[in-house]
Structures are given as structure tokens and as C-alpha cells.
Design a binder for this molecule. Structure first.
Ligand code: KIV
Ligand code: ZN
Length: 554
């Protein structure tokens, strides 16, 4: 019988009908395995609720045997999050499967899955199963592993009828052995077979061939769901996952923002939108409520502390922004000239015309018009000239800058919110470092002086600046490097400041690294304020002259 991935499974997998690609989210398990990405229990529950809102089919909530915190996370998510199947990971050993089964017990709707795995590639067998009790020869080890897989699957079936088996490092596993072990797992009761490219080694053609081969050896089990699980070591995780779908996979394992071990996993938002945008090609879709993708991406970025790169596909801040004149002209006429999906369909702001040094007159004057700033024909050349001069000095031109431009001021301040007027720092052997700063607020015209102590001089300085600025933000990263040699070397400081998913960079160089630190921080804070003010701006216009605006500059 031909394998037909679109048939409904005959097992417990209520809600998982194979007329769509099952989205198995592993942000809370493989995602959390990314170095530095650990999440607290409340964060995990919040993310799991968001995943339910996104309508993922399966949430892999943790690896219960690995720690009490992991076990508790699975228990709480299974007990509190309704909708998706809740899954727990277990190695193919008795204690792991028991821990997974017990952690899943509170399962709200009874939709629970145990995902058991064991390594199958020769390299893993050799390195991980060296102990003589697994056998001496490769063949003996393979027999032992196969038996362990069967036993683990059968044991998992005593807790739930929804059992997934993964052949770890399938991407580098001997094909004949891979077929044997997946057949054995299915005969023992596995309902989903996962073929992970654990090391991100495969290219799409090879990975698809694995699925063709496995599909063929499971042709007598048409209801078994084949699953792709790809790592991004060569940047191919999404491409490989999609190639697997074309070859018969009907489940993709992925994470928000692609976080995960090493280079990460396939990014959920990318696989979902690739399937949706190219639906005519795949003839399949997912059940994801894509309008929640951007907020989900922000949420995980904040929880794990990894900023979303601005150029990140689908959810990056620049994913729907156009700076180049030709592009702006195109999208202003017809969005699909340069956009293959609608920003609002993934929860992003539509038609983001970003003004910078590559923008043309069309982009500038259409933005001004949107702001209600109608520039008379005879003034347009002068305004455009001033815009080009400013764009050469500034990375991005915000609406606030445009107001200044129109206001006919010759000097447009680069940092229109805060200016550091004075700083003094004291550090010594038996005293905590102290900093004293005076910040000028352009908005109010007032100076604010503050004092703070800290763990080190930069910490004290940044705390004092935070007090003097008085706005909420998070210092995401601080790096310093020497850009010349010797004790009087020039230090270059780069900081990243974040607020609610938006990130702003400041950079400064100085022989005095504390001055560079202060200048870089102020630059980032000014960018953040410009961004905030931009978001808040409301303009009332008559006769082409701006009358008032909220969030503007006093
Ligand atoms: O990458 C991998 O092989 C895994 C398994 C546990 C499925 O994460
Ligand atoms: Zn993995």
C-alpha cells in the first residue's frame, strides 16, 4: 500500500488529522537547550500559552528525567495549557519513560505524547555505547539499541497511545539500519517516526532521500506520521524541513526564532510562512494562527534574552521595511512588488518605509505627506537636500527628525532627547565604585543630576545615567574592544539597549573607556527615545504646517 501522509492517524491523536503539516514546537525543550536560554517556570507556562494561541499541534514541554525543574515544567504545562498535545522527552530507557509518563499525568485534555529517542548512527554508537554491556561489535550494539527502542516504545504505550520515536543522528545513520529500527519502533507501537538531522549535516536533497527511503520501508504502516527535526549548523534547517515535507514528512519540529542547541533548530515562523506563501507548491498548510507570530517571537526573545536580529525572516524588525528608493517607490505603488506576504498577516506593521541614506524623494515626500506635512513645490529641493545631508550623518531618519527638517532649522540634533553634560567617577580599593552624572533633557530643557554606586565603574555610571534619564529599558549587551595599541589605546564600546522586543545600538570610541561607555549608552538611549516618540506621534495639521504633536520635542 502507498504511504499517504494525509490520512488521519488511527491512534489517539485527536485533533491531528493529516490534512495539514503538524507543527511540533520544541522551544521549551530543544530551544531551551541553547546555551544561556534557560527559562523559569512562569516563563515556560507563558510561552506554552502563547504556543496554544498560535495553535501549534504539539508542545514539547521538557525532558522530565533531566531535572526536577524540567519535570515540574512538563507537569504544570500538561495541567494548565489546553489545546495542543503536550509532549515529554525520554531516552529509550525505563527510568526516563517512567519519568515522562508520570510528569504528563495531569494532562488536562488527555492529549499527551511521549517522545523517546536513541542514537542510531555508527559514530554515536561507537562513542556513546562503548560499555561492553551494549555489545562488542557494531552489529551487537545495533541489536541492543534496536531492542532498547522497542522496549521504550512499548513501555511508553502503557502511558499514552501517542508515542513518537526518534532515531537520533538519523542524518548520519546507515539507511538499512535506520529502516530496521523505525520498523521495529512502529511494530512496538510508535505512531510518529522522527528522522532528526541532529548535527545539521544534511543538505535538502539528501534529507529528502532519507524520507523517501523511510516512507518506503513503512509502506505497510500508512498511518504513521513521518517527522522532520533539523538543526541549523549549516543554515539549512528550514530548507531541509521543507524538503522533507515534499518527500512525505507531515510533522515539522521547530522552535520560535529558531533557538536551540548550537546554531539552533528550524525556525517555526519560517517553516510556517514558507508553507503558506508557497502553498501552491506544497499543497499543504499548517493550522498556525500566523497573526500571533511577531508577538510570539518578541516574547521568546525577552524570555531567553536573545535579541531578534533585525533582518530575521518574518519576525525581524526589518522584515517588512524598505529603505532603498527604488523599493520604496515600488511598494508605495503595489506592495507585492517587494513583499511576498502581508506584514499584518504575521503580526507586523504594514508598509514600513524607513528613511535613510538610500531613500529617494518619493519615500521622503510620501512619509511627510502621511505625517500631514505638505511641502510646497518650491521648497522640496531644499528639504530633500537637507534630508540627504542628515541621512549621511545618521543611520536612520525618524519622524522626529523630519519635523526638525521641516522646521527649517539648519542644525538638526543627532541626539535630541538626552545629552551628557558632566560625569565623575570614583573607584578605589576599599570603596564601591561611584558615579555622578548630569543629563540634559531636551524635551523639558532641564538638567538632572544623579549619583549611584555599582559593581564596577561602568555599572555605577550606567545606574546613575538610568536614574537621570528615568525611563524603562534593559541593557542587553555591553562589549568593549581596543581599536589601537598601548596603554592609551582607543577603546570602542558597543551597547545594545532593549525595550519590549525593540533593540537599539550605541557605539563610541575614546581613549577614556568610561567616556566611550557613557557616549555609547547615551546614543542607544536616544535612539530608543526617538523610536518611542515615533510610535506615539499624533499630528494635527492645517495649511500644511504642523501645529502640535504628542511625543515631540519641546
Ligand atoms: O536533535 C535531536 O536529535 C533531538 C532528539 C532528541 C530528537 O533533539
Ligand atoms: Zn534536536
Amino acid at each position: 500500500m502507498e504511504y499517504d501522509g494525509r490520512r488521519a492517524t488511527d491512534n489517539q491523536q485527536e485533533g491531528i488529522m493529516q490534512d495539514h503539516v503538524v507543527i511540533f514546537d520544541t522551544t521549551l525543550r530543544d530551544g531551551e537547550q541553547a546555551p544561556g536560554a534557560s527559562m523559569t517556570l512562569p516563563e515556560k507556562v507563558r510561552i506554552a500559552r502563547q504556543l496554544a494561541l498560535l495553535n501549534v499541534d504539539v508542545i514539547e514541554a521538557g525532558f522530565p528525567i533531566s531535572s526536577p525543574a524540567q519535570s515540574q515544567a512538563v507537569e504544570v504545562v500538561a495541567g494548565e495549557v489546553e489545546g495542543p498535545v503536550i509532549c515529554a522527552l525520554a531516552r529509550a530507557v525505563e527510568a526516563d519513560v517512567r519519568a515522562a509518563g508520570e510528569a504528563l499525568r495531569p494532562g488536562l485534555t488527555g492529549k499527551t505524547r511521549i517522545h523517546t529517542f536513541i542514537a542510531t548512527s555508527d559514530i554515536h554508537l561507537d562513542a556513546k555505547f562503548g560499555d561492553a554491556r551494549f555489545g562488542r561489535t557494531l552489529e551487537e550494539k545495533r541489536r541492543t539499541i534496536l531492542r532498547m527502542a522497542q522496549e521504550a516504545v512499548a513501555h511508553a504505550r502503557t502511558y499514552t497511545s501517542d508515542v513518537e520515536f526518534s532515531a537520533e543522528d538519523a542524518g548520519r545513520t546507515d539507511l538499512g539500519y535506520l529502516c530496521e529500527i523505525v520498523q521495529a519502533a512502529v511494530e512496538a507501537g510508535a505512531t510518529t517516526i522522527n528522522i532528526p538531522d541532529t548535527t545539521g549535516y544534511c543538505i535538502p536533497r539528501e534529507y529528502a532521500a532519507l524520507f523517501e527511503a523511510v516512507k518506503d520501508c513503512l509502506k505497510d504502516h500508512p498511518s504513521v506520521v513521518l517527522s522532520a527535526h533539523c538543526h541549523d549548523d549549516l543554515g539549512l534547517a528550514v530548507a531541509n524541513s521543507l524538503a522533507a515535507v515534499l518527500a512525505g514528512a507531515r510533522q515539522i519540529e521547530c522552535t520560535l526564532n529558531g533557538i536551540g542547541e548550537r546554531a539552533g533548530n528550524a525556525a517555526l515562523e519560517e517553516v510556517v510562512m514558507a508553507l503558506r506563501v508557497r502553498r501552491e507548491l506544497f499543497e499543504l498548510d499548517t493550522q498556525i494562527e500566523a497573526q500571533h507570530l511577531a508577538e510570539s517571537s518578541k516574547m521568546i526573545s525577552i524570555a531567553v534574552g536573545f535579541p531578534v536580529p533585525p533582518n530575521k525572516a518574518v519576525v525581524g524588525r526589518n522584515a517588512f521595511s524598505h529603505e532603498a528608493g527604488i523599493h520604496q517607490h515600488g511598494v508605495l505603488r503595489r506592495r507585492d512588488t517587494y513583499e511576498i506576504m502581508r506584514a499584518e498577516d504575521v503580526g507586523q506593521k504594514p508598509e514600513q518605509i524607513r528613511l535613510g541614506r538610500h531613500s529617494g524623494r518619493h519615500g521622503l515626500f510620501s512619509r511627510l505627506e502621511k505625517l500631514g506635512l505638505l511641502v510646497p513645490q518650491d521648497q522640496q529641493d531644499a528639504i530633500y537636500r537637507r534630508f540627504v545631508e542628515l541621512a549621511d550623518r545618521k543611520k536612520e531618519i525618524y519622524d522626529q527628525d523630519l519635523y526638525h527638517l521641516i522646521d527649517a532649522r539648519e542644525e538638526v540634533p543627532m541626539t535630541p532627547f538626552y545629552r551628557l553634560d558632566r560625569m565623575s567617577i570614583a573607584a578605589g580599593t576599599n570603596q564601591p565604585p561611584e558615579a555622578d552624572v548630569t543629563i540634559h533633557h531636551y524635551r523639558t530643557g532641564q538638567d538632572r543630576r544623579e549619583h549611584a554606586t555599582g559593581d564596577g565603574p561602568v555599572d555605577a555610571l550606567y545606574r546613575a545615567i538610568d536614574h537621570a534619564v528615568g525611563s524603562a529599558h534593559v541593557l542587553e549587551s555591553y562589549t568593549i574592544r581596543s581599536v589601537s595599541e598601548g596603554a592609551d589605546a582607543v577603546g570602542e564600546v558597543t551597547v545594545l539597549v532593549g525595550d519590549n522586543g525593540a533593540f537599539f545600538r550605541g557605539m563610541a570610541r575614546h581613549t577614556d573607556v568610561l567616556q566611550a561607555s557613557a557616549a555609547a549608552y547615551l546614543e542607544a538611549l536616544n535612539q530608543l527615545e526617538a523610536f518611542r516618540a515615533d510610535e506615539e506621534s499624533v499630528v494635527f495639521v492645517s495649511n500644511g504646517i504642523m501645529q502640535s504633536f504628542q511625543g515631540g520635542i519641546a
